[in-house]
Ligand binder design. Structure first.
Ligand SMILES: [Zn+2]
Length: 499
């Protein structure tokens, strides 16, 4: 016996099943095609041979470390003798630079050198680093005294060997070497060394950048510290990865406060200033700003994705399909989470003076690091919506910084840096990414939109802990390669085809 109705249903299901199979096959096909065409972005420049740099280079780094050029707080006096001594050392160590470049001093301690180029139609390049270092912390915990600059044959030890005297001295060594070879740059090269980067850079980079803006400088690019050649820090990539920072997150602190009746703790009301503030904090921590793939992270994926194992490559090549999964992966770690969202961190809370008195006022401060593409206004709107209680006043604090505009990766400056890294560190991959911390570099936005953060040092997680920490040190071989990086970078600025 046949049921005609049932046959119809079967036929319809068959059709539906066939359609589903076709859709699935199409999806798989698109994923395969996208994965196969997700081509490497790594430049393959001709190999180079760097010259031998004089042994004095290493001695110069050692000596540079012996000047305790600490910047401690905006208002505290600096160690004038340390900075002046450092300046004098630079004059003696780099006679050609002091013969051929124009030197200007700003705010007593910051140094700006100008190496005039031969072709005024080409835009200048600004290389920056900073002269100051952070305090040492507990002296007895250092295995070598932090201002010894000790050379043990493998490492140079001391404060500044990673951040940032190694870069600063590498730049000086490279320029001195080029001058000794009678090299003539086509572009004008500025060397800008601030003296207060670690405390905000207002008097150093801030003043120098202001002066360059006044002189109408329009720079091709600015290169500052920030990222490095990292080892073992990018998941699923065995090779070293040279990260180049192309943007900086914004900075916003918001004060939340409540004023209401206090009273005796023996007969409390259901709500108090404290319960309202803690309730608001709970709500904003459990309802954070939405995650998303911002432009610099998108660029990072475009550069790193093709270098990953095939299964990861398939995911990153198909953001249109796997965006949710990619965000889940990023949200898994604290650092990677900070790359995909505006982060929320309660940092201060004040309320109460006595154990049996209900306070009339409670205040909390929450710090947000704003993702490029969002603004402080978006954060405030989000807070008002999530807190949804007009008894709580929401007030942004003064030191607000909107996210920096994202520096382009299809610009000559990025190509020159990318090419130079691939020549000097041929074993490393290159990828643009977002800065999670701030440096002096964004002070130079008035002279260029092309600001890149990369210093030629090689770092592992362990080295990162030494930066601003104890037992800072750098490998001698790594430092010499850093000199080679700036040497080649300046040469590549002359011949900028990035092939
Ligand atoms: Zn630094």
């Amino acid at each position: 016996m046949k049921l005609p109705g049932l046959t119809k249903i079967f036929n319809r299901m068959k059709k539906l099943f066939r359609a589903l199979v076709i859709i699935f096959a199409l999806l798989v096909l698109i994923v395969i095609i996208k994965t196969a065409t997700f081509s490497s972005m790594q430049l393959k420049p001709e190999a180079i041979e760097l010259p031998a740099f004089p042994d004095a280079s290493v001695e110069h780094l050692s000596e540079a470390i012996t000047y305790p050029t600490i910047s401690e707080a905006i208002d505290s006096p600096v160690d004038t003798a340390a900075f002046k001594g450092f300046h004098k050392f630079l004059m003696e160590a780099y006679p050609l630079i002091h013969r051929d470049l124009k030197k200007e001093v700003f705010s007593s301690f910051s140094l700006l050198y100008t190496w005039e180029g031969s072709d005024s139609r080409l835009k200048p390049v600004v290389l920056t680093a900073h002269l100051d270092v952070v305090p040492t912390g507990e002296l007895s915990s250092w295995s070598e005294p932090p201002f010894s600059g000790k050379n043990d044959g493998t490492f140079i030890w001391g404060r500044g060997t990673l951040d940032d005297k190694s870069s600063m001295i590498s730049i000086m060594e490279a320029v001195e070497k080029l001058l000794s070879e009678n090299y003539k740059p086509e572009r004008t090269i500025y060397l800008a060394f601030g003296h207060d980067e670690e405390i905000g850079g207002l008097k150093g980079a801030g003043v120098m950048a202001g002066e360059l803006v006044k002189r109408n400088l329009d720079a091709e690019f600015v290169l500052d510290e920030g990222y490095a050649v990292t080892i073992g820090m990018v998941p699923m990539i065995k090779k070293p990865v040279a990260l180049i920072g192309t943007s900086e997150k914004g900075y916003l602190s918001v004060s939340l406060s409540v004023e209401m009746e206090g009273g005796h703790s023996a007969f409390p009301a259901r709500e108090s200033a404290i319960t309202l503030i803690t309730g608001a904090l709970n709500r904003i921590v459990s309802n954070q700003m939405k995650s998303g793939i911002s432009e610099p992270v998108n660029d990072f994926i475009r550069y790193i994705g093709p270098e990953m194992p095939w299964y990861a490559r398939a995911i990153f090549a198909n953001k249109w399909l796997f965006k949710g999964l990619i965000l889940k992966i990023y949200e898994g770690g604290n650092n990677s989470n900070a790359l995909v969202r505006t982060t929320t961190a309660p940092t201060i809370i004040h309320a109460g003076i006595k154990d049996n008195v209900i306070p009339t006022r409670a205040e909390a401060v929450v710090n947000f690091r704003i993702l490029p593409g969002e603004t402080s206004g978006d954060v405030i709107n989000h807070l008002e919506r999530v807190i949804a209680d007009d008894r709580i006043s929401i007030r942004p604090l003064e030191d607000l910084k909107e996210p920096a505009p994202v520096s382009p990766i299809d610009a000559p400056g990025f190509d020159i840096i990318h090419k130079t890294i691939r020549q000097v560190y041929p074993e490393a991959l290159v990828a643009p990414t977002m800065m999670l911390a701030a440096s002096d570099s964004r002070k130079y936005l008035g002279i260029s939109r092309n600001i890149y953060n990369f210093a030629p040092i090689i770092v592992t997680d362990e080295d990162l802990a030494r930066t601003h920490g104890l037992n800072e040190r750098t490998q001698i071989g790594h430092f010499i390669r850093g000199v080679g990086f700036y040497y080649q970078l300046i040469r590549n600025c002359n011949n900028q085809s990035a092939g």
